[in-house]
Design a protein around this ligand. Structure first.
Ligand SMILES: Nc1ncnc2c1ncn2[C@@H]1O[C@H](COP(=O)(O)OP(=O)(O)OP(=O)(O)O)[C@@H](O)[C@H]1O
Ligand SMILES: [Mg+2]
Length: 308
């Protein structure tokens, strides 16, 4: 049984109009997607801005209403637990938020930021709590003295690590990591990714790793799901997708990864031009007459693509 199983999930945001502010239509932010995350594995959810990635992440935490579909965690339908803050589910699943600056309360010391989820679930003495926070800071490579400081005293990379420490405070089974490194410098990105991997090994954690950048997730994810306009265009084992991308949208995302080798600049820009031309000429094979992504079809045991 998968740790997380999402089946036929639909999340539609209402569009209101007119003086009575009636619902005049829906933004289909997530339109019939299914996937699983197994214990201890990392599944990448990749797509451009607005494709619906954060919406899926938030739905797993019960932070947005679901239009249709089911979300099973350890075989249990979690939509029933939404709103029950102290249910075991809320302990097992945590989120690292996309915008670290707004997700860390500036008025709280690091100690209180990290201890907050612990206080919701466990009765620890002040000394026990401080010891746990010190351990968590050490795991993410920060010195325990930082516990008495405030979030603004830290760099982006350090704030992100504080976010990681808070997310792992309750030893969850699954972390939804929403663009955990995209706001960081390249050098620091690698550091935070390494911490995420170390913590994963230590705790047997699973990640749903959200990113717009196929370069960032390359060494993180066993499985990948590529998302476009609220639908999945391709999914399967990372290696198969990197080696043999089938959907034109995936190929375009891959071509947009910047190459650090300056001698390849010309070659890469030519490659991008070819793929962009293909995107136009072969569009009908990948999108129906309304521009909707087709349903996924199996092409090998470990590789699915949404193609005519
Ligand atoms: N609360 C909301 N009300 C109405 N529409 C929303 C709401 N939140 C998101 N949307 C819309 O749903 C779609 C998906 O948004 P979402 O934030 O999930 O995208 P994303 O893939 O996370 O993008 P990004 O990479 O920019 O973070 C977008 O069209 C967005 O405008
Ligand atoms: Mg997002």
């Amino acid at each position: 049984m998968a740790l997380l199983e999402v089946q036929n999930l639909k999340i539609y945001y209402p569009i209101r109009g007119g003086i009575l502010s009636r619902i005049v239509g829906y933004v289909k932010a997530v339109d019939d997607v299914s996937f699983t995350v197994d214990k201890g594995e990392t599944v990448g959810l990749i797509g451009e801005s607005g494709s619906g990635k954060s919406t899926i992440g938030k739905s797993i935490l019960g932070l947005v209403p679901i239009h249709a579909g089911t979300i099973l965690f350890d075989g249990e339908d979690i939509t029933k637990h939404i709103g029950k803050n102290r249910s075991p589910y809320r302990k097992s699943v945590q989120m690292i938020f996309q915008d670290v600056n707004s997700s860390l309360n500036p008025k709280k010391r690091v100690l209180d930021v990290i201890a907050e989820p612990i206080r919701n679930f466990e009765k620890l003495t002040k000394e026990e709590e401080r010891k746990r926070v010190d351990e968590l800071l050490t795991i993410v490579g920060m010195s325990p003295e930082n516990a008495i400081k405030y979030p603004h005293e830290f760099s982006g990379g350090q704030k992100q690590r504080i976010g990681v420490a808070r997310a792992i405070a309750l030893k969850p089974k699954l972390i939804v990591a929403d663009e955990p490194v995209s706001a960081l410098d390249l050098s620091i990105q690698a550091q935070v990714l390494n911490y995420l991997k170390d913590v994963q090994e230590e705790l047997g954690l699973a990640y749903l790793f959200i990113s717009h950048d196929m370069g960032v997730v390359k060494h993180m994810c066993e499985k990948l799901t590529i998302m476009n306009k609220g639908r999945f265009v391709e999914s399967g084992l990372s290696q198969e997708i990197y080696e043999n991308p089938e959907h034109i949208y995936t190929r375009r995302l891959l071509a947009s990864i910047p190459d650090i080798d300056p001698t390849k600049k010309e070659e890469n820009s030519q490659k991008r031009a070819v793929i962009n031309a293909e995107y136009e000429s072969e569009n009908k094979n990948y999108y129906d007459e309304n521009g909707k992504v087709y349903d996924l079809k199996r092409i090998t045991d470990n590789h699915f693509v949404a193609k005519l």
